[in-house]
Design a protein. Structure first.
Length: 150
């Protein structure tokens, strides 16, 4: 949340990205900063395929070389069969569209209801250095969620 400069978190949505409330209380800056791709046939672009394409490889979000070095060979082979995550940049999205890829950006708070979730939203994250301090200071009395900080 802090890296994204968000101030609020909804514990119903569980979106690890938090959000910033807009002028009317609407959720802003909630989308994931990573995207996945589908090719022209509608298939997910797998990590295996992205590593074979130099144009895609430079945008891969996973630290694949580190994983390749430390993972057991069998685990590494399984990882290669998962969808690749790519850094979301305007340049990359434009390139993908021009080259026939469908860009999918996850919105972990797409079902956020500001009224129904009001008792699960804690704000003021930007005013505290540590998560534990923030929750102690800002979570309302009788907060209906148990939170584990790892």
């Amino acid at each position: 949340m802090r890296q994204r400069e968000n101030t609020h978190y909804c514990f119903v949505c569980g979106g690890k990205f938090g959000f910033t409330p807009g002028r009317q209380g609407e959720v802003e800056n909630e989308k994931d900063n990573k995207v996945t791709l589908r090719n022209e046939w509608g298939e997910e672009v797998l990590l295996r395929d992205a590593l074979r394409d130099a144009r895609l490889e430079k945008y891969i979000a996973q630290d694949v070389r580190l994983h390749e070095q430390i993972a057991e060979k069998a685990v590494w082979q399984l990882m290669l069969n998962h969808a690749a995550d790519f850094e979301h940049t305007a340049e990359f999205v434009q390139w993908c569209k021009e080259n026939g890829y469908i860009v999918l950006q996850r919105n972990p708070m797409e079902h956020h209801d500001p009224i129904a979730h009001a008792n699960a939203v804690v704000g003021g994250a930007d005013q505290h250095m540590f998560v534990s301090d923030w929750l102690r200071a800002r979570a309302p009395q009788g907060f209906p969620y148990r939170v584990t900080i790892t």
